[in-house]
Design a protein around this ligand. Structure first.
Ligand SMILES: [Zn+2]
Length: 161
């Protein structure tokens, strides 16, 4: 254990300043945690990189994972409220002055806010299910939803002639 590590460190200080990045685990390790430059978690060879680069990569990896989950969650919510032509029906009923895809995005945002505020509930089965009715949207307060929809599109709904 005496020879290479000590020699290297004293020569350039390099091993103090670099980290080992595992591309499959998306995280970095110190040289001490990965003695043979292999990831202590998955055993893959790691790549040496500067401390800052390793930190930046770690942050990016976390953000990518988080935003992917968030995107999927949003897609699920959109699929639930628009299925069976419901999105199109709301769109025709409200006849807002904007394209359908923007309408869909805005209603999805509204429903996500509703879920956060507690007047909308998204119900999911405990595990993925072929029974579509297991995925549903419930309103604690229908009136609230109508009011919020009206407020959201007040500016873009043509007044009745
Ligand atoms: Zn790994």
């Amino acid at each position: 254990m005496a020879k290479p590590a000590d020699a290297q460190t004293s020569k350039s200080g390099k091993t103090d300043k670099t980290y080992l990045w595992c591309n499959s685990c998306r995280r970095s390790f110190s040289h001490a945690d990965a003695p043979d430059a292999r990831c202590p978690i998955c055993g893959q060879p790691t790549r040496e990189m500067g401390r800052l680069a390793a930190i930046a990569r770690g942050i990016m990896a976390n953000e990518l994972v988080a935003s992917d989950l968030q995107t999927k969650h949003r897609q699920l919510i959109r699929l639930i409220w628009t299925r069976n032509g419901m999105g199109e029906r709301y769109f025709r009923a409200l006849a807002p002055n904007l394209p359908y895809n923007r309408f869909e995005a805005r209603v999805t945002e509204l429903l996500m806010r509703g879920a956060e505020e507690g007047w909308v509930r998204f119900v999911f089965p405990p595990a993925p299910s072929g029974d579509e009715s297991a995925y549903r949207l419930e309103f604690d307060d229908d009136e609230r939803f109508v009011r919020e929809l009206e407020a959201l599109f007040a500016a873009s709904i043509e007044p009745a002639p």
